[in-house]
Design a protein around this ligand. Structure first.
Ligand SMILES: [Zn+2]
Length: 540
């Protein structure tokens, strides 16, 4: 088996996973097939949605159709082609307590029915578990994982090693580390179902990041029970590659209609906000009038349409390097996702180390939530660790950002530069003209064409947190460099004196000269004349 990564953005990746049932592309959604009751047949799902992989529960298959599934093989038994993944019944343990099947039995059974991707019988931690019980589930899952090598007889089946630990992040880390040492080809994060049912996505962020940090990065990660399209972008961005969805059918039975932003009851809809074949041909009123089974079938189909199209949108965003923008869009569709995105702040350094450095498209910066994005963190780190100003530079002149980029090529900056040059003559090299720009902080002139400093758009007026962050970066820059003086031109309306305040404090600390020029419009002629005069005075 091989997992080849083709494209990346944030922790997300588009990959190709080779299985004996065929090659599948990740991120991938596997609709859950319940072999006992099924609204839409597996074959219809495959044909309608170009769906390459399905997941079913080996425990339920064994319980109800033990010999039949072995004789036919799971593919013929479900009447589908392509890739089949089986879960082991661990979820049933969580719901019904112990399952009357041994771990060894369920491993053998999955081999016998010829599944493509199989799961060991792990012990789910669940959500309300005590720490002691959680530790037990981690240990027991690990010991069953170790037994796998002795039990299995085939080498062509991909085995999934679930990570347990629940809400105890230290246990999640331990579980991931230990499972990662064993020869699994895929890992899965167990127990997030109740986290997701309760919309505790900020906790889910911590769980996924903890697992990712401790697992071998080249192995795909499956997120069990994450079937709602409104959280796919978040999970994919955090590095989840595979999902299973039972939600499409469960919601349909409850007459609930999924959207990329959340869920609505069919009863509450007057219009369908969707253009899938089901919604195109029907309206909510006519659908409500249909017999129950037919109605639920249609809802299930719509739910799958929404789920698959959201994943396609996410994949396109990964290729274009716009996953963050997509994620922010989704975050503004539901407060629980927004909260999770805000919680990403504490993982922003990790996110930065894992994200690609260059992209084909520029950034859109909407609000302070974007301060956690890798590009912002990376600029800060690089300026701090790798950059030093030109040796001859004695005075730092800080100009505000302009609409046009790169900043130093804007009409405003060229005018300022020209005026200073005229007065200083060959001493111009001693002046270092830089831009301060939200959200990055200082953009040295010689770097402002480097990605993403001239490839981003930001909404104005800036919010308070963005202004505060930018000011902090400016003061950090001054503290980490050795100019003899700093001259600042500040547009008061935009920056409310915050940059000046930060500069002043930093200059006092460094015991260097500081002069700020507050003006309403930094680019009018008088302001520029004053600036030039201040700079010139420094060289007299
Ligand atoms: Zn639809």
């Amino acid at each position: 088996m091989s997992f080849e990564i083709r494209d990346r953005d944030l922790l997300a990746r588009i990959g190709r996973l080779e299985t004996k049932g065929g090659i599948i592309e990740t991120p991938l959604l596997l609709p859950v097939i319940n072999p006992v009751v099924q609204l839409i047949t597996p074959k219809t799902i495959q044909e309608t949605f170009d769906c390459r992989a399905l997941i079913t529960n080996a425990y339920i298959v064994k319980k109800h159709f033990e010999d039949e599934a072995v004789e036919k093989g799971i593919h013929d038994f479900l009447d589908v082609k392509g890739v089949i993944m089986t879960d082991s019944g661990a979820y049933q343990i969580l719901v019904y307590g112990n399952v009357e099947v041994a771990s060894e039995e369920i491993v053998r059974y999955q081999e016998e029915i010829n599944t493509d991707i199989a799961t060991i019988l792990d012990v789910p931690t669940g959500w309300i578990a005590s720490k002691q019980h959680a530790q037990h589930t981690v240990d027991e899952t690990l010991s069953r994982a170790k037994e796998l090598a002795k039990i299995k007889t085939r080498e062509d089946i991909i085995w999934v090693g679930p990570v347990q630990g629940g809400r105890y992040l230290d246990l999640v880390a331990q579980s991931a580390r230990e499972m990662g040492k064993l020869p699994f080809q895929i890992h899965a994060l167990g127990s997030p179902t109740s986290v997701m049912e309760q919309y505790l996505f900020d906790i889910l962020v911590d769980m996924i990041i903890t697992a990712k940090k401790n697992l071998p990065p080249e192995r795909p990660l499956h997120l069990f029970g994450a079937g709602h399209p409104f959280m796919f972008a978040l999970a994919v961005a955090l590095g989840c590659d595979l999902f299973d969805s039972a939600a499409y059918a469960i919601y349909a039975r409850e007459e609930r209609y999924m959207t990329e932003y959340g869920t609505t009851r069919l009863n509450e809809l007057k219009y369908f906000p969707c253009s899938c074949p089901v919604c195109n041909k029907n309206d909510p009123q006519s659908m409500r009038a249909l017999p129950k089974v037919e109605r639920q079938k249609m809802l299930a189909q719509h739910n799958l349409h929404v789920s698959f199209s959201e994943l396609r949108r996410i994949k396109q965003a990964i290729i274009k390097g716009r996953l963050w923008e997509h994620l922010e869009l989704r975050a503004h569709g539901h407060p629980a996702i927004l909260q999770a995105l805000k919680n990403l702040k504490k993982h922003r350094e990790y996110l930065e180390t894992q994200s690609p450095v260059t992209k084909s498209s520029g950034l859109f910066f909407f609000s302070s939530i974007g301060l956690s994005r890798p590009e912002v963190v990376r600029h800060r780190e690089r300026l701090f660790k790798r950059y030093s100003p030109p040796k001859e530079a004695k005075t730092l002149v800080l100009l505000p950002q302009t609409q046009m980029k790169p900043f130093h090529k804007s009409r405003e900056h060229r005018r300022a530069l020209k005026a200073i040059q005229q007065r200083l003559g060959d001493k111009i090299g001693e002046v270092h003209i830089c831009t301060y720009a939200a959200p990055f902080g200082v953009a040295p002139q010689e770097l402002d064409e480097v990605y993403p400093l001239s490839q981003y758009e930001i909404a104005t007026p800036f919010d308070a947190e963005t202004i505060g962050y930018t000011a902090k970066q400016v003061s950090n820059y001054i503290e980490n460099t050795n100019y003899m003086g700093v001259v600042l031109l500040e547009g008061f309306e935009t920056w409310k004196g915050k940059i000046a305040k930060a500069c002043k404090k930093a200059c006092e600390k460094k015991k260097v000269y500081f002069k700020a020029l507050y003006v309403e419009n930094p680019w009018n002629k008088n302001a520029l004349d004053d600036l030039v005069m201040i700079v010139q005075k420094l060289f007299l």
